[in-house]
Design a protein around this ligand. Sequence first.
Ligand code: NAD
Length: 449
Amino acid sequence: MSRNPYTSEVVFSTAAAGRDEVDVSVGRAAAAAPGWAATPIQERAAVLRRFADLVEADATKLADLIVAEVGKLRSEALGEVEWTARSARYYADHPPAVDRRGGAVVRRRPLGVVAAVTPWNVPLVTPAWKWLPALVAGNAVVWKPSELASATAAAAVDLLVQAGLPGGVVVPVLGGAETGQAVCADPRVRGITFTGSTEAGRTIAVLAAQRFVPCALEMSGINVAVVFADADLDLAVDCVAGASTAINGQKCTATRRVLAQRTVAEEFVARLAQRYEALRPGDPLRETTTLGPLISPTASERARLAVSAAQRSGARVAGRSPGLEDVPAAFPATLLTGLSTGDPLRRQELFAPVTSVDAFDEADGVWQLANDSPYGLSAAVYTGDAATAGKALERLQAGVIAVNRRGDAVDLEAPFGGVKDSGNGRPEGGEYLYDTLTTHQATYGTAAE
Ligand code: NAD
């Protein structure tokens, strides 16, 4: 079931698919897979191009649905819709390449049925980054969207069908963790692409390993930004303010902790605090709103408890956005200093606009502090010195590194994936997911030989 986080109204309600329904759904995809794999690549690409056109034609409706289900700002939702159309055209133009190695022609063969399991925070383009490459490569997809974004999923599948995708080639299966687990455990599923929490990813990795099935996992993060004294402080504040509050602080690549060199730390904190205090929380549909609610009252209660516990262990709230008293899912953007070394906020991702700042002295020692995290999704460094930026690239353990840019930078063509507990070395983005969703076939000789 999905509920509007701002109004609390139910947006979509359906029973979760049980084992029987999962069995039938995977069966439908398995039946459709050979026909789709045999469809000429130009026809598969044409479906994606028509899908892109339909997404653009429906942009306003889709964006409003995303806002209603997940509470992100309307401008963010419109951006997500636009990215989805752009991604569809990209994959239509970039199917898996045929390669020559030695005397072999190397082709990418589809796996058959693959599973896509996706989160709620980016409910359209994150799933699309899974099913678009899967489809152009010739796979059928069983898609388990987040139970908190089922209406957006249903709208996306409608558009795929309108674009001419044959029945059974993308089968949505609605439900929560148990449904997702049943999909990933089905022996007919030959590849898995997952985005979500590290906890869920760990369960899925085990299911995949038991059948030797390739599995791409994009998971949680506590993303660091390192601000050196020689940085353009206006730029650093701007980037951290943006990257810590995008999607109301519920972005996997959000900047969550800042290491600021001591000589500028106080000023950095004061300026970031001002930015948080100037945020305008409210209805995410309104153009003037700059901070919407969290996904649910449970999420805001979790954030409240985490910040209160941090304060009891000595942390100080250095800045806070105005609140929204009458919206139970709302939580103010909160800037903390003096977080204790053992605070859970340093080790467990809190999916909320809560950012902490620590001061550091020695430039040489900062990389160890920056890497002291179970995660390694994204990192940012702000400095005016090229050698320091070079050190950052060498030393920071993260799949995405931004230099004097927002830490949540993502480009469609580039690999996107984390290290350590944030990812398992199988990125998505660009043509990278083909490594998970296809198998290499080396062929020698020709009929004429
Ligand atoms: P989640 O892990 O609770 O759920 C993600 C999806 O997995 C949902 O469809 C859910 O129903 C399903 N699921 C949950 N447990 C499962 C299990 N045991 N077996 C199979 N399926 C299961 O995550 P969420 O709350 O939807 O999203 C927020 C999380 O996603 C955050 O941790 C965030 O960092 C992460 N995220 C990561 C990226 C990335 O690219 N690295 C992007 C967006 C979100």
